[in-house]
Every structure is written in C-alpha cells, then in structure tokens.
Design a protein around this ligand. Structure first.
Ligand code: SF4
Ligand code: SF4
Length: 365
C-alpha cells in the first residue's frame, strides 16, 4: 500500500477485525504504550469493533504526561528567573504545577515562548545576547536526538546563552518497570511507532524474552493498529513472545543509528522519576559533563521543593495502566480540557483528553 487513505479503508479494517475475532479465544490485556496510539484508538472507535474480552489499556506513552510534578515546578521556577526566556513545545504550557502553570506565569509577565523546533530556540538566543534562553527538553527518543543536535549546533556557533533542562525519558526501561509492577496486568505491548523509528524494534527483544510478553510495533492508522492487534492476539494464542513489526514502511529492526549516536554523544542515561511509575533505573537522559555549559540545571541554582501530584488526580494509575479515566473521580467534573487538573487531560496525546474527546462508548461514566 502506498497511500495513507489505504490504511483507513473500511473494508480492510473490517476484514482485519474479523481475522482478530477468528483468532481470539482467551481474554487478553494489551497496552498501547504510545499516546498517539491512544488517540487513534479512541478517534477511530477501535475498541467498539473488538470483542469485549480484548482489553486495550493506555500506557505511559505521552512524554508530557509522565513529566513529574517536580519537573513542572522546576520549569515554572525557571520562567520566573530574571533575564530568562523559556522556550517550549506548546503542550507543556497548560500543565498545572503545584502552584501555577507556564501559561499563568506568561500572563503574569514571564517570557515563555512556544517554539516548533529547537532551531527556533537557537535563533532566539542569537537575537537576545543579553538574555539566557532555556529550552524545556521533554520527550522520548523521538525528540531527544533533535535536542542533542541543537546542543551540538550551539557549541559550534559558540552560543553561550542557550541551555536545556533535560527531562527526557527513554521508553524500554518503562516497559520493564511495568512488567515488574505486580499491579499491572499486561499480556502484550503495542509498541510505539515513532520511538521505534529511532531505537529500532530490536530494543524490545530483551523485554519480550525476559517477561514472555509479545511486542508488536505498529503505525497510527486504523489498519496499522488492527494489524498489530491481530499479530499480538496470534502470538498470545500460540503462547509465543517475540518482537514483530507491523509498521515496516518506517520502522526497521536496527533503528536510526545516526540519531542514536548523536543522542549518546550528548546524553548519558540516569535514573528518572516518571509520573505514576516512580523512579525508573536508567530511564532518563542527563547532559554529559562535556556539554555542562548547556545544562540549565547546572547553570541555574533552582530551589524547588518536592511536590506531590494534585489531590484526587488519578494520572499516576492511568499512566501505569491500572485505571482508566472514567475511574478518576474528577474526570469530566472538575477536570476537563478547559480546566485540567492533571497532565493527562492537557496533552494532545493524553489518555484523559482522548477519552474526554471521543468518549469510549463501551465504558460507562
Ligand atoms: S513521541 Fe511518538 S511514540 Fe512517543 S508518544 Fe508521541 S507519537 Fe507516540
Ligand atoms: S481526569 Fe484529570 S484529574 Fe483525573 S486522572 Fe485524568 S487528568 Fe488526572
């Protein structure tokens, strides 16, 4: 197939759904790791065309949602520093910290700017030599290489007033943490498409093997997702646990070596706190000592107290896949996209935002 429309073809999707129904016998819990999958599943009504005994669980696959409250508070503190311009991708603006949000701080006079690429930040730094320009680095392996490239470019240009807070996270250690969590009941992973373009499908092989859990990398169109679900159900029914790719038009077994090399040149892995999952070994990316002049956490002495998640918010359980948004007491009441309490309702890839927008019809409010 050559065109996107073919992956949305109704007959093809109905045929795949029939194939799934014919293969499926045992109840199965499948987690979509990626937030864009969550959105696509909700938007295309995929739950509604599957047997009830195929349970799709949303996972920790939105980088904005898994950013801890403490990190959000650090961003807000930074925005309040004198002569600092904070640059960020738009989704972070409305995420509530413990006392404020970047959007509120901007309304109060802080210089917070939404950018569409890290190159924009470099241009802002060049135009404002008397200010410090800081980029809020939130993202998975998909975006981290571009941030690494921006740091290398800043070094090349000898830009001294540009730095990054690295709150990046990497996906495979989170899958390990989920499999080690006794509360989490996952029989197979719908692995993220974009992240896998960079890290390659082989990154999941140790997880599939150690935890005997099928892993299938899929794309984001309905036929991609249904094909991935079919492959997962087949493996599960045959008691297999291997890594497969249902997204061969972009994902390879090895991934993008050049991107991984840049990432490794600039960052080293460290333990990191994920909202909902706690501290996960080796799941964060710290700027290496060689590039410390571009590390905003070393440049600014931020004094931020540790803060717990907002009272009543179930984002933690939702990101761990142990609750769905309808099981949060605030969903659709005090927490809506206009008045978000937690990040899962803010981000365009957030599970609560997806459920609110498309209201999964098979789950009652
Ligand atoms: S960055 Fe890519 S893989 Fe990660 S949540 Fe977003 S769409 Fe999914
Ligand atoms: S509905 Fe709101 S408060 Fe509840 S889990 Fe989702 S984002 Fe958090």
């Amino acid at each position: 197939m050559k065109y996107i429309s073919e992956y949305r073809d109704r007959t093809l999707c109905e045929n795949l759904s029939e194939k799934i129904k014919r293969s499926h016998r045992k109840p199965i819990n499948l987690m979509e790791v990626c937030g864009t999958h969550t959105m696509s599943i909700a938007r295309n009504g995929i739950r509604q065309i599957l047997p009830e005994t195929i349970n799709l669980i949303s996972g920790p696959g939105c980088p904005v949602c898994v950013t801890s409250q403490y990190e959000i508070d650090q961003f807000i503190e930074l925005a309040n520093q004198k002569d600092v311009i904070v640059t960020t991708f738009g989704d972070l603006m409305r995420v509530p910290g413990s006392r404020s949000s970047l959007q509120k701080e901007r309304a109060n006079g802080a210089d917070v700017r939404v950018v569409y690429s890290t190159l924009d930040c470099l241009a802002i730094a060049q135009k404002n030599p008397a200010k410090e320009v800081v980029f809020l680095g939130v993202g998975f392996e998909t975006t981290a290489p571009t941030i690494a490239a921006a740091i290398l470019a800043a070094e090349n240009k000898n830009l001294k007033n540009f730095s990054v807070i690295s709150a990046h996270k990497i996906v495979p250690p989170a899958l390990v943490a989920l499999m080690e969590n006794a509360q989490v009941n996952v029989d197979g992973f719908i692995c993220p498409g974009h992240v896998s373009v960079i890290i390659g499908a082989q990154a999941y092989a140790p997880i599939a093997e150690k935890y005997h859990v099928p892993c299938v990398v899929t794309g984001f169109e309905p036929a991609d997702i249904l094909q991935g679900l079919f492959m997962l159900v087949e493996q599960f029914e045959n008691d297999e646990a291997k890594v497969e790719i249902a997204y061969r038009r972009t994902v390879t077994w090895e991934g993008n070596r050049r991107a991984m090399q840049i990432l490794d040149q600039v960052f080293e892995s460290v333990n990191a706190e994920w909202r909902g999952l706690g501290v996960i070994a080796g799941s964060g990316l710290k700027i290496r000592d060689e590039f410390s002049e571009f590390d905003a956490l070393r440049k600014f002495a931020l004094d931020v107290p540790y803060a717990a998640d907002p009272p009543g918010c179930a984002c933690g359980e939702i990101l761990a896949g142990t609750k769905n948004p309808f099981q949060c007491q605030l969903f659709g009441k005090s927490c809506t996209p206009e008045t978000p309490v937690g990040p899962c309702m803010v981000s365009s890839e957030g599970t609560c935002a997806a459920y609110f927008r498309y209201r999964a019809r098979d789950i009652e409010l």
